[in-house]
Design a protein around this ligand. Structure first.
Ligand code: DGI
Ligand code: FE
Ligand code: FE
Length: 199
């Protein structure tokens, strides 16, 4: 892969100028989290810049691709399509073969129970970047302490939001939450979360 971060930024800005502020916010937050938790900074940065690459692809073109890539996803919300479609297009168009980067992009919407540290950084950064309008202070505090707790808290926030608008929760979103919660320990998470709330 020979593209520099500067080249990538230029490409992303040109492809979807309206989303560029969110992309840069995600990039800065991913850089911060990568440093804080000693995760590969460059992989997190590339994945953060490209995570919403397919966000403005035509719906019918995404559906056509998903028929072979992931037909089951066609039964779920169209909001989920740009993750797997983005990972596919990025591999093809930028010749990026790095599985850490591709998986972080593929699973940035739902998460994945086996997501690695790069994917966790991008998943959290997308949710807590400075441009987000909803209240994410608890997610920011927990992500500072641990990436696992950050992911749990972001998926919890997403599920609460989806419940509030009567939207269905994808099995991967729920599985990510349950798996990491089990890993961290329900009690540890609840105690830490309640302590964060008091500050
Ligand atoms: O692309 P972004 O707007 O930056 O954010 P995103 O890719 O994390 O999420 C896009 C949308 O997907 C957001 O409105 C929430 C929604 N979403 C996330 N998880 C699920 C979901 N929608 C459904 N129906 N089910 C999910 O599990
Ligand atoms: Fe997205
Ligand atoms: Fe995003």
């Amino acid at each position: 892969m020979s593209l520099s971060l500067i080249d990538l930024k230029r490409i992303i800005k040109a492809k979807n100028p309206n989303r560029y502020k969110h992309i840069l916010g995600t990039f800065e937050t991913a850089t911060y989290l990568a440093k804080r938790h000693q995760v590969d900074e460059y992989k997190c940065q590339v994945a953060a810049l490209l995570h919403d690459y397919a966000k403005n692809e035509q719906l019918n073109e995404m559906q056509e691709l998903l028929k072979t890539l992931e037909p089951d996803l066609l039964n779920h919300s169209i909001e989920l399509f740009h993750g797997p479609v983005g990972a596919y297009l990025i591999e093809k168009r930028f010749n990026i073969k790095d599985e850490d980067i591709l998986n972080a992009i593929k699973y940035h919407v739902t998460g994945h129970p086996n997501m690695n540290e790069v994917a966790k950084v991008v998943y959290i950064a997308d949710y807590i970047e400075p441009g987000r309008k909803h209240n994410v202070s608890i997610q920011r505090q927990l992500a500072d302490i641990s990436l696992d707790m950050g992911v749990i808290s972001c998926s919890e926030g997403t599920m609460n939001f989806l419940n509030s608008i009567n939207e269905s929760i994808h099995p991967l979103t729920l599985k990510t939450y349950q798996t990491l919660l089990k890993h961290v320990g329900v009690e540890t998470y609840e105690i830490t979360k309640n302590n964060c709330k008091r500050h």
